[in-house]
Design a protein around this ligand. Structure first.
Ligand code: ADP
Length: 643
């Protein structure tokens, strides 16, 4: 033995402490989930034992008859959850219960909003795990031993959840872990068999190991009689204790699927839909896929972390296989895959590259898109919820998955000049069905917001011709159209790029060309070309990108992301019919004309939602003009009044 004191006191990581405090507040009204978390850990530990027993001689035979035992005792106000799973040694206890190893914890803590209900839901999804015990317990004790170590390697960990914990070595003949909670006064109502049975059925019915509920030792005669009966019949089996995905679909109700989902994900909201298949053929596997109804808190930021699709082989949990079986753009999918054919003792490394897994991946993609397509057909609120939660993520698919590009594109929804309000959206198929007879292109406009888009000068000519334009305002849309050049044979084209050809177009008049030339001269290097426009009916001018140049919006986004982007020189198109251009035409060369030309360009940039290189100069120019204009009219009024 070492010189370490028998009972050692250690401090929690500051993050643990912070999480504990937050969690106890946020989850107070949702206290029952603590049991789900403990049972889920017990189930994971049993899964791990099974998995390790495949290759670890020392564990042979220990993976039989695994079960989870729940007992309670009102007399001592305790509740315990015991498993015969893999257990932990001392170092593991310190690592697992004294620190938060997860990289996302800080980010998670920062993302909490203070709104109890929302936070409770997020915490549930994030999985507070073991610490959930402190929602109801004033004291938690863990006794554990790793299944492949001797009885003397047992460990006891205790804490009141207030910054410190104690740890000591103990003798523990049983493998696995027993967690005992001493409940706080106000939670002792949970210590009854009907309460516990209800909670276990509600949250843990589909745990694949049997969960047994033990009644407390009796004090009075009547209970003693009951206890005797119980001992004869044994503890009560509370859950379905069978892997749900292996059961035939015909035996399962919607409630079964929803409950299983809740247990699997910790999500308190029901899924939008699911698909359950038993795939036969050269390779046999079961596949159960869920479409959640809202996004986890960091799904958009965290593009690389994919969790939530569990791979089993013959009902033994092997690994979280989301990265192997779902592409990034489907990272919101949840579910279980269980292969009947992969060899159980295959190493995870070999598995990663196995051709079967590649096949499974293709199936998961297909089935997931099927699910989403079905949801789209049904429409209504579930479809709206999907779009809101995952619409942007799905767009990544157009960029990443060449094979499924058109299929995914068909599922995307956008605002357009034919939709009303901020909510309504349309798909590409609907757009195509509304196209004018001689219309060959799908027109779109990208902008920072729907309001900027709807007011854009670029839409003027399209309005006049009654041609619909898609309004793309998601950050990812610029990338999207960079990859989606056509849909069902129709080219996608920006209204703000290149030459615009909307049928009959008169040649610009000589005078307009001359005016454009003068403006170009005045603006010098700030613009590429200056041309009379076919795009405008109301605005005096607009900026137009070259066909293959970065759009101003894309350039802005790239700069925000810290990338160097060369300053673009936009082309300026002018509307010779606008009174301002008429007035300019009458101005002689020099001073005022140059100022107006600068204003024209700055206004066009502003209308796009762009930023001016020198906003102060713009303001000064506008003010000079205002003073001149108002000064003139005031003076003439004064003259009139005097006469
Ligand atoms: P999570 O389960 O999400 O990893 P927890 O806080 O619930 O987070 O648990 C932290 C770690 O403690 C687990 O990953 C596991 O390694 C260990 N652990 C918790 N409960 C048990 C248990 N019953 N048996 C073995 N290990 C456990």
């Amino acid at each position: 033995m070492s010189d370490a004191p028998a009972v050692e006191t250690r401090a929690f990581d500051t993050e643990v402490h912070q999480l504990l405090k937050l969690m106890i507040n946020a989850l107070y009204s949702n206290r029952e989930i603590f049991l789900r978390e403990l049972i889920s850990n017990a189930s994971d530990a049993s899964d791990k034992l099974r998995f390790e027993a495949l290759t670890n001689e020392g564990l042979k035979g220990l993976d039989q008859d695994l079960a989870i035992d729940v007992s309670f005792d009102p007399a001592s106000a305790t509740l315990s959850v015991r498993d015969r799973g893999i257990g932990m040694n001392r170092a593991e206890v310190v690592d697992n219960l004294g620190t938060i190893a997860r990289s996302g914890t800080r980010r998670f803590l920062e993302s909490l909003s203070g709104d109890q209900q929302k936070d409770a839901r997020m915490i549930g999804q994030f999985g507070v795990g073991f610490y959930a015990a402190f929602i109801v317990a004033e004291r938690v004790s863990v006794e554990t031993r790793r299944a492949d170590e001797p009885a003397a390697a047992g460990v006891r960990w205790t804490s009141t959840g207030e910054g410190e914990y104690q740890i000591e070595d103990i003798e523990r003949p049983e493998q696995g872990t027993e967690i005992t909670l001493t409940l706080r006064e106000e939670h002792r109502d949970l210590l009854s068999d009907w309460q516990l049975r209800r909670i276990i059925r509600h949250y843990s019915n589909h745990i694949a190991f049997p969960i047994r509920l033990h009644k407390p030792l009796a004090e009075d005669a009547e209970a003693a009689q009951e206890e005797k009966e119980q001992q004869e019949t044994g503890p009560e089996l509370v859950n379905a204790s069978q892997a749900l995905w292996t059961r035939p679909k015909s035996e399962l109700s919607d409630a079964d699927y929803t409950e299983f989902y809740t247990g699997l994900t910790g999500d308190s909201e029901a899924p939008l839909s699911w698909a359950h298949h038993h795939v036969e053929g050269s390779q046999r596997y079961s596949l159960l896929l869920y479409l959640p109804s809202s996004a986890p808190f960091d799904m958009l930021i965290n593009r690389d972390e994919r969790e939530g699709i569990k791979l089993y082989i013959q009902r033994v949990f092997i690994m979280d296989a989301a990265e192997q079986v779902v592409p990034r753009y489907l990272r919101f999918m949840r579910g279980v895959i269980d292969s009947a054919d992969l060899p159980l003792n295959i190493s995870r490394e070999i598995l990663q590259d196995s051709p079967l897994l590649k096949k499974i991946r293709a199936t998961v993609v297909k089935r997931s898109l099927n699910l989403i397509e079905k949801l789209a057909e049904q429409g209504g609120e579930p479809w709206q919820k999907f779009l809101e939660a995952f619409g942007s993520v799905l767009k990544e698919g157009v960029i990443e998955d060449f094979e499924q590009r058109e299929r995914i594109a068909g599922l995307l929804r956008f605002a357009s000049t034919s939709t009303s309000g901020d909510e309504e959206r349309t798909g590409l198929d609907d757009y195509v069905s509304r196209m004018q007879e001689d219309q060959e292109q799908i027109w779109y406009l990208t902008a920072d917001s729907l309001q900027v888009a709807r007011n854009s000068p670029h839409l003027e000519a399209f309005r006049k011709h009654g041609i619909e334009v898609l309004l793309l305002t998601d950050r990812i849309d610029e990338w999207l159209v960079g990859h989606l050049h056509e849909y069902k044979g129709k080219a996608l084209k920006s209204v703000a790029r290149g030459k615009l050809d909307l049928g009959e177009q008169a040649e610009p008049e000589e005078s307009a060309r001359k005016l454009a030339g003068r403006i170009k001269k005045a603006l010098g290097g700030r613009v590429g070309n200056v041309l009379p426009s076919h795009r405008l009916t109301e605005s005096p001018a607009c900026v137009v990108a070259d066909e293959h140049e970065l759009s101003p919006m894309m350039a802005r986004m790239m700069r925000q992301a810290g990338q160097e982007v060369p300053e673009a020189t936009p082309n300026l198109e002018i509307n010779p019919d606008h009174p301002l251009l008429g007035l300019m035409d009458a101005q002689p060369e020099g001073g005022r004309f140059d100022e107006l030309a600068s204003l024209l360009l700055d206004q066009a940039l502003l209308a796009e939602g762009g930023e001016l290189a020198d906003p102060a100069a713009y303001v000064r120019r506008v003010n000079d003009l205002l003073v001149a204009a108002l000064g003139d009219s005031d003076r003439s009024e004064a003259v009139e009044a005097a006469s």
